[in-house]
Design a protein around this ligand. Structure first.
Ligand code: ATP
Length: 321
């Protein structure tokens, strides 16, 4: 394979705090290896349309602490077709790009695999607050989103306590409950409802409220649950008589400065992605497992199944008594 001389970087899917730290690491690592680097705007759409500009060494100064993504992001259905992928590869070629780094979730990795197979070596970096990518312990943005939600719930706890209320808090996580579970445990919730587990509301919420002498409660509901958070709040009020308030945290969890952990992980992953391309290796996802920096074939990574940590789910129930 011819040596890679110029690489592109893009962010795709939902944004996540720490993506900028990863972009910075990609740019600085590219300079370290003597590679040219361009930033592609609005994900795969920008790649198809040639919406890109060179990234100078200093162009990524002072972005390490910023949430969002300076490259912007998008979901692009036109790209996810054989024609879309060929257009993207042709546009990359005509701009002299011979390697690509894609920061995003598993949908973005499917695109990265298609590009690699079509002749553009591409590396995926897991970036999503949902932590729903099986090959890695942490995705960029997860830790920050957890911390933002926990901080918000601490505030809700103050007011719930003052008014003797139950606060139901809906958190993000797409179809997965990883984010909700960590948030629920860290915020001392009475119960955490996640899409992967049935929740017996009577046993896990109403009976506990009746048995306790506490005046206030927190219940965390993942947005992916079949039952809506509004329904949960209504049922708790109807079945326990306790005044209940619903708060939907929504996109607040996606913004703000990334945590130190997200920055460190983003920087490690960004460096490794460029290191692989420099060595002529594409079609990989970089990951962190047991604090180790590793990489997988994209299809192998996509085929891995992630499951809810049973021990944590059980501990959450035990300590919420
Ligand atoms: P998040 O976890 O934040 O949702 P994601 O990367 O999973 O991130 P998606 O919307 O699923 O987000 O995918 C992002 C983009 O990746 C899509 O808009 C599309 O352009 C591309 N993509 C998704 N699936 C495929 C596929 N099967 N083949 C080619 N490209 C795909």
């Amino acid at each position: 394979m011819a040596k890679i001389k110029k690489i592109g970087v893009l962010t795709s899917g939902g944004d996540a705090p720490g993506m900028n730290a990863a972009i910075r690491a990609v740019v600085r690592s590219a300079y370290y290896y003597g590679l040219e680097i361009v930033g592609i705007h609005y994900g795969y759409r920008g790649l198809m349309e040639g919406d890109m500009s060179p990234l100078g060494m200093r162009s990524v100064s002072s972005i390490i602490q910023r949430g969002g993504t300076i490259l912007h992001t998008a979901r692009c259905l036109e790209f996810a077709t054989p024609e879309g992928v060929s257009t993207a590869v042709e546009t990359a070629r005509s701009n002299g790009i011979d390697g690509l780094v894609v920061i995003g979730g598993d949908g973005s990795f499917r695109g990265a695999k298609e590009l690699s197979e079509a002749g553009l070596p591409t590396i995926g970096i897991p970036g999503t607050i949902d932590n729903d990518i099986a090959c890695t312990d942490y995705t960029i943005g997860f830790d920050t989103a957890c911390n933002i939600a926990v901080e918000a719930i601490d505030r809700l706890r103050d007011t719930s306590e003052s008014h003797n209320r139950c606060s139901v808090v809906e958190v993000m996580g797409h179809r997965a409950g990883y984010l909700a579970l960590d948030i629920g445990v860290a915020s001392g919730a009475l119960a955490v409802l996640i899409p992967e587990r049935e929740c017996d509301l009577k046993k896990e919420i109403y009976d506990k409220i009746e048995a306790h002498e506490k005046s206030h409660y927190i219940v965390v509901v993942s947005e992916g649950c079949e039952i809506s958070s509004a329904q949960v709040a209504k049922l708790i009020e109807e079945n326990t008589g306790m005044t209940t308030r619903l708060t939907v945290l929504g996109h607040i969890q996606r913004g703000g400065a990334p945590s130190a952990l997200d920055r460190v992980n983003a920087i490690k992953l960004g460096y490794r992605a460029v290191d692989l391309l420099y060595k002529g290796i594409g079609n990989r996802v970089v990951a962190i497992r047991s604090s180790e920096l590793i990489d997988y074939d994209i299809q192998e990574a996509l085929d891995m199944k992630k499951t809810i940590p049973e021990d944590l789910y059980k501990i959450a129930q035990i300590v919420s008594m």
